[in-house]
Design a protein around this ligand. Structure first.
Ligand code: FAD
Length: 458
């Protein structure tokens, strides 16, 4: 029985963790509220593609599917910023060749992970099955069949892992008294998002540059577009729910077209389905979830969005969730070294201890990056700072900008990336304030100054 694990949620984290546990010989019961996405289309206008970067790739490498995933990604070298006049400004993600982020299909990746999970005979996946109430005293839960709404009560479990996303039922069970003194916060943005599309051009070509993540920063709102493998782009509009330039100001085609003509005139010709997409796709909420603890003795543990949902502006939610899976199995391996049976209480406590600060850090970084994307990408001082850090990265292999520490490193936690990155950002901005252009700044001197500051803060 100590070898049996129930995982709630067969999304990105749940299906990857299933593979990792099955590889180690665990019997896994994977419970998913929705139908099997390999048989039923459930994309419904929500986050069709995602930016996959080094932390996520490391976890995929560990289950041997990195190469297969990389065959169908679109590498993005940088942000291509579109101003109101239609001018373009390419801002690379790194000063070093090869540091790219990868646009990947959420559905494609999830299906691949489910296929891989099903290759293990000891994995049992139950779709259309919602985990409801959990009783930690007698270690049972109730399961609701999503088709006929019948409920199976008192199904026993050994160990439960909640990878059931931002609205987690496992986390809710903690809140409802499952875990004494459970702390929880959910901070909604007053901005939401809507997914739109630029369809492929003739012969599956890209209508706009296919090697960049496009941004149309407009200070209080913005649009982004990520390329898909088939030549299309998934376009996401982020704006306030209410007020000037808000979703509540656009109720009909005339209002929508007037908004686009004023703020995104260059996009209209590429979006023939704009009106339909805008009015039929849902408007999504964006929230940061923080909670404490993630573990309930040796009985249950939260991972991924269930533990730390973040807003999408650093492109790290999935990467962080995959990193959770990697760290959790690392703790399992350490605990079981020498052939011991798993001590789940110790494993979960150590996992929480290592990852809590990182979950909080990526939540904060993602909020900060919203400001950076919708405003700083168009601000001259911040642009100069960015040019300087790229120049230093090019010349000094041991320097990583804050963006690179978060995105291209997989050997330090987000909390270290955040604290080091913030010290660097402050120093770089101070250096830039005294210059009119990056050409006036000596990258070597700036590098030495950064090293000095970092050393003095250790
Ligand atoms: P999910 O993927 O949400 O999976 C949870 C699963 O649990 C779902 O399948 C759900 O049906 C199931 N479930 C829920 N409740 C129950 C229940 N009671 N019983 C059984 N099953 C249940 N991340 C990046 O790394 N890069 C990006 O570029 C990026 N872009 C994003 C853009 C947008 C617009 C959004 C909204 C998010 C983005 N993210 C991105 C974040 C990323 O989508 C999430 O961090 C990631 O999906 C978290 O994975 P998860 O497995 O924890 O949760």
């Amino acid at each position: 029985m100590s070898n049996k694990v129930t995982i709630a949620g067969a999304g990105l984290a749940g299906s990857l963790l299933t593979v990792m546990l099955a590889e180690r010989g665990f019997e896994v019961d994977l419970i998913e509220r929705r139908p099997d996405m390999r048989k039923v289309d459930i994309s419904a206008g929500r986050s069709i593609n995602l930016a996959l970067s080094n932390r996520g790739l490391r976890a995929l490498r560990e289950v041997g599917i990195e190469e297969e995933v990389m065959k169908e990604v679109v590498p993005m070298k940088g942000r291509l910023v579109h101003d109101l006049q239609g001018n373009l400004d390419m801002q690379p993600y790194s000063g070093r060749e090869g540091n790219v982020i990868n646009s990947v299909s959420r559905g494609g990746l999830n299906k691949l992970l489910l296929d891989k999970a099903e290759t293990y005979p000891q994995v049992n996946i139950r779709f259309n099955t919602r985990l409801d109430k959990i009783n930690y005293i007698n270690k049972t839960y109730s399961l609701r069949d999503q088709n006929d709404l019948t409920v199976v009560e008192d199904d026993p479990f050994n160990v439960l892992i909640g990878s059931d996303g931002a609205g987690s039922s496992v986390r809710l069970s903690y809140q409802l008294g499952g875990v004494p003194r459970f702390s929880f916060s959910q901070q909604f943005l007053d901005h939401g998002y809507k997914e739109l599309e630029i369809p492929p051009g003739p012969g599956g070509t890209y209508r706009i540059d296919g090697e960049s993540l496009h941004i149309w920063p407009r200070h209080d709102f913005m649009m982004i577009a990520l390329p898909n493998f088939d030549g299309s782009f998934t376009v996401t509009l982020f704006q306030k729910f209410k007020g000037e330039n808000g979703f509540d100001e656009i109720w009909n085609e005339d209002q929508l077209m007037a908004f686009f003509k004023k703020d995104f005139p260059d996009l209209i010709e590429y979006m023939p389905n704009l009106v339909d997409d805008y009015f039929s796709n849902p408007t999504g909420n964006l929230a940061t979830v923080k909670c404490h603890p993630w573990n309930h003795d040796g009985d249950a543990c939260l991972i991924g969005d269930a533990a730390h949902a973040v807003v999408p502006f650093y492109g790290q939610g999935m990467n962080a969730s995959f990193e959770d899976c990697r760290v959790l199995v690392e703790k399992i391996d350490e605990n079981m070294a020498g052939g011991n049976a798993p001590d789940w209480e110790v494993i979960f406590a150590e996992f929480f201890k290592e990852r809590k600060a990182d979950g909080d850090a990526i939540g904060d970084l993602a909020i900060d990056n919203y400001m950076e994307m919708r405003s700083h990408t168009a601000n001259p001082l911040h642009k100069m700072k960015r040019e300087l850090e790229l120049k230093i990265e090019k010349e000094h292999k041991d320097f990583d900008s804050k963006y690179s520490l978060v995105t291209f490193r997989d050997d330090i936690g987000y909390s270290q990336a955040k604290s080091q990155g913030e010290i660097q950002d402050k120093a770089l901005l101070e250096i830039c304030m005294w210059a009119d252009s990056v050409d006036q700044i000596n990258a070597n001197d700036a590098y030495n100054k950064l090293q000095e500051i970092l050393k003095s803060q250790q």
